[in-house]
Design a protein around this ligand. Structure first.
Ligand SMILES: [Zn+2]
Length: 219
């Protein structure tokens, strides 16, 4: 999929050893950058950080958060397509609901809302355990794990706790809990831990979200 990008965008890491920029609706990444930080920055560059997507209120910078429209727990990754500015209050209320479900939820009274939330949660837990995640089907595609180029990414290493969590999930349900995000030239952007667990368990194919307008310049 192609992600939405701001027309002008330049990003440097603190030590200036890596950078990213947008040209002709394509994002180029040089060097090692935490994808998540970059994705957040892109989202703010696209949407600003003043107005909450859900309640429409203008809030202080410190009260603004980025919401995963399709929640992380159900496979929602950090890509601009899936991120939107939301005030802390809306983000908390939304919790495990997705963007569309939350819009419905907001029209309900407290009692109906509670019931609605529970029914959605039950249904989606089942989906998560049966096929791993709950995202629009055209977001993901299957990819040979041998074709993915993994690099060490700052802040997203082979964290022990995270690694164990994913390992337990795979042992229990037989599949990976989340998709992996790769660039157009097959470089791993998000899902380091998932990737390594997949390698260690001998998975041949993995579900990926391929960003067709993001290129990583390899050195
Ligand atoms: Zn709000």
């Amino acid at each position: 999929m192609k992600i939405p990008l701001p027309s002008k965008f330049i990003y440097y890491t603190n030590d200036r050893t890596a950078s990213a920029y947008v040209r002709k609706n394509t994002l180029y990444i040089n060097g090692l950058i935490s994808w998540e930080k970059l994705a957040y920055d892109l989202c703010y560059a696209l949407n600003g950080r003043k107005v909450c997507t859900y309640c429409g209120k203008t809030v202080k910078k410190s009260k603004m958060t980025l919401d995963h429209m399709f929640p992380r727990f159900f496979g929602g990754v950090s890509i601009p397509t899936n991120l939107t500015p939301a005030c802390k209050s809306c983000n908390n209320k939304k919790s495990d609901l997705n963007y569309y479900e939350f819009k419905v939820f907001r029209t309900m009274n407290e009692k109906d809302g509670k019931r609605y939330r529970m029914s959605i949660y039950r249904k989606k837990r089942k989906i998560r355990f049966q096929r791993g995640f709950d995202l629009p089907r055209n977001w993901t595609t299957s990819m040979d794990i041998k074709d993915i180029i993994a690099r060490p990414i700052p802040d997203d290493g082979r964290n022990q706790k995270k690694y164990q969590r994913v390992t337990h999930f795979v042992e229990r349900y037989g599949h990976l809990p989340n998709p992996i995000v790769v660039s157009a030239n097959d470089v791993l952007l998000e899902g380091n831990t998932i990737y390594w667990v997949a390698v260690d368990f001998g998975f041949e194919y993995v579900q990926v979200i391929k960003l067709d307008n993001v290129f990583v310049k390899l050195r």
